[in-house]
Structures are given as C-alpha cells and as structure tokens.
Design a protein around this ligand. Structure first.
Ligand SMILES: C[S@@+](CC[C@H](N)C(=O)[O-])C[C@H]1O[C@@H](n2cnc3c(N)ncnc32)[C@H](O)[C@@H]1O
Length: 352
C-alpha cells in the first residue's frame, strides 16, 4: 500500500476508535444517569479544552506514524487491535456496568467476591481501580481491562505505549554493535496483559524479554497473548515490583507503563530504586505514565476530576509528584522527559 494511503487508513482507523470511545462513554453515562444516578460535581469540559485534547491526540498520532515510517517498528503494529477480545468481551463490559454503578453509588472501592484471594498483596493494591469488578484480581477483570483502557483513551492507549519504543530501540541498537541481541535483556515492570511486551517483541525481535506483575490473572492473559507470537516467549513472573526477584545489574533496559499513578508515594520511590538496582550500569529505565500538572497545567481540570471518576486513590498525589527528583534520588542521571497526548515519559540512565 502506498505510504499516503496507509497513513490515511491509520488516521481513519484511529478516528473511528476515538468516535467509538466517545459514543460508548456518552451512552453509558446516559444509562447510568437514568438507572443509577450519582451525585457528582464534575465540571463539563470547555470547548477550548476539547480542542486542546484533539490537537494533542493528532500530534500523538503523527509521531506514531512517523516512528513507524522511519522503521522504529513495523507499520503493522499501528493496526494491531485485539479484535477477538473485542467481540468476545465487549458485551460483558455492558453486562458488568450495573454492578459497577452500584459500587460507584455506594462508594465501595475495596469490594471483592469471597472466592478472590486478597491476602498477601500490599494493601494499596487491593482496590477496585477504575471501579473495576475484582480490581486486578480475576480473569474476568483481565479480559475486560484492555477494552476499558482503549475506551478511556479513545483508542490511543497503544499509541501512547509505543512512545517508549524509540528510546528503547536506540539504546538497544547501540548495545548490539558489541553484543549478541539474544544476550540483551529487557524487563517490563507491571506488564499487565502484555501489550507493551508484544510491541517490544515486534520492535526488537531478538532480545530476551521479561515481564513481572502482581496479578496472576493479568499474567495469564499476557501469556495467552504473547504465546501467539512466533519467537522466544517472554519470561513472565508474578512479583511485587517493590522487590524484584532478579540479580543486581541484570537488565540492559527496564520499562514500565501506566504503573506509577496507581502507587502511593513510598511504593513509587521503592520501585524506582528496585529498577535502579536491577538495571546494569549504562542501562536505561523508561517510564510511561499519566501527564502531571507541571507539564500540562491547562489539563488540570481533567486531572482534578479523574481520581473520583475512575477511582484512582493515589492520582492526586501523583500529579504533583517530582518523578525526576525521585529518579535522581535513586541514582539515575541524564533524565529526559517527553509528553504525548495524556502521557508523560521519563528516560533515565544508570551511570557507569
Ligand atoms: C494500569 S495497569 C498497567 C498495565 C500495563 N503496563 C499496561 O500498559 O496496560 C497497572 C498494572 O500494575 C500492576 N501493579 C500494581 N502495583 C504493582 C506492584 N506493586 N508490583 C507489580 N505490579 C503492580 C497491576 O497488577 C496492573 O497490571
């Protein structure tokens, strides 16, 4: 397909996902207001803010397209969509809404059915994040998670995740001049259902991949996704990222996507320090997470309402936290930051 046609197809595909997400949110909010109304003081988003968001989304898609065009990752990644999951689980999302609304109404944020094992997890983790049924602790939740995130971000979640790939690839390519790629180890901390690992595999087909997460159900889902890809299977391990089960200086690169806003401050620091410990001198740690007030003050009204609307108990602190200072405190240097749409990126190096 000629490039202009592929680009147009990509833009149309993304725009359709965006409209679908908007339609889903409008319809589900209307239904909620009819069936299970909740008193909320969320301010409506101004036209100016909406235009700003549309501009940021367009910029993200342009960078995503350009990275694919210059060969950072295959163009096919731009069209990778979990269609099978969509048709299988989208109806389940609707069926689940009434009990989600009930939890919202009753302000129940730590509700788990008795058959879900919650012992042994850090208390900050045992939450219905995003008002999700079962929190992160069931196969049901793991099956719905990617759909929910896609709807939340109007189909741009993967495009935001992909922004870690260019700095990661640049780092790995520099190593490949003297190292066999199979001996290069990359860890994704809090890998969830494995979407980032899938993208890293497409970008760096030969490196050895590792993923950890606290949720056995999300790791099962990640295993299901990653085992469909030809090539070496990433090694997945259940672990608290505060105590990574790896040797010091083991990985050439560590990544983490959408984790830090879901942690209390002490765990944020501890996980940064663990990442520093397991990454090799000269290695890189790349974080992708929500924007913060300091980099996107114009979006403060949205950031203010996000924690209540989506039950994100640590978000309020997160948006004013100084992540660069935390990384420096752990020992990282040469820290770069970037912002794309609703996410920010920190690329930090461990000194030699
Ligand atoms: C918002 S999800 C992000 C998942 C995935 N990285 C993505 O891009 O969709 C947060 C993930 O962090 C995991 N998590 C939260 N706290 C953790 C901790 N202390 N150690 C390991 N994983 C944790 C959760 O189980 C969940 O899979």
């Amino acid at each position: 397909m000629p490039d202009t046609l592929t680009k147009l197809t990509y833009q149309t595909f993304q725009q359709s996902k965006n409209y679908f997400g908007l339609a889903h949110k409008m319809l589900s909010t209307r239904l909620m207001n009819m069936i299970s109304p909740v008193q909320r003081q969320a301010k409506p988003i101004s036209t100016e803010l909406l235009l700003n968001l549309q501009g940021r989304l367009n910029n993200l898609l342009e960078v995503d397209w350009q990275d694919a065009e210059r060969g950072v990752y295959p163009t096919s990644l731009l069209f990778d969509n979990p269609w099978e999951d969509f048709f299988r689980y989208y109806p389940a999302m609707w069926m689940d809404l009434p009990q989600t609304w009930e939890r919202v109404k009753q302000k129940k944020h730590q509700e788990f059915s008795p058959d879900i094992q919650i012992d042994g997890y850090p208390s900050y983790y045992v939450q219905n994040f995003h008002h999700q049924t079962d929190g992160y602790l069931s196969d049901f939740s793991a099956n719905l998670y990617d759909l929910q995130v896609e709807i939340l971000f109007g189909g741009s979640a993967d495009a935001m995740r992909r922004r870690i790939l260019a700095p990661l690839k640049a780092h790995v390519e520099a190593l490949q001049t003297s190292l066999n790629p199979r001996r290069i180890r990359v860890l994704d901390v809090a890998c969830g259902t494995g979407r980032t690992l899938k993208m890293i595999r497409a970008t760096l087909p030969q490196v050895s991949l590792y993923g950890t997460d606290l949720s056995p159900a999300y790791l099962r889902k990640a295993n299901e996704l990653l085992s469909q890809i030809p090539g070496e299977l990433p090694q997945l391990l259940q672990a608290n990222a505060e105590e990574l089960p790896y040797l010091d200086n083991y990985f050439h690169a560590v990544t983490s996507v959408f984790l830090f806003h879901e942690l209390p401050a002490f765990a944020r620091q501890q996980i940064i320090e663990e990442s520093f410990r397991v990454v090799k001198p000269g290695g890189v740690f790349i974080i992708c997470d929500s924007i913060q007030i300091s980099d996107s003050p114009e979006l403060e009204p949205m950031m203010d309402s996000f924690p209540e609307t989506f039950h994100e108990p640590y978000y309020k602190h997160y948006i004013t936290d100084d992540l660069v200072e935390r990384l420096q405190k752990a020992g990282f240097v040469n820290i770069e930051t970037q912002v794309h749409f609703m996410s920010k990126y920190l690329i930090a190096r461990k000194p030699f």
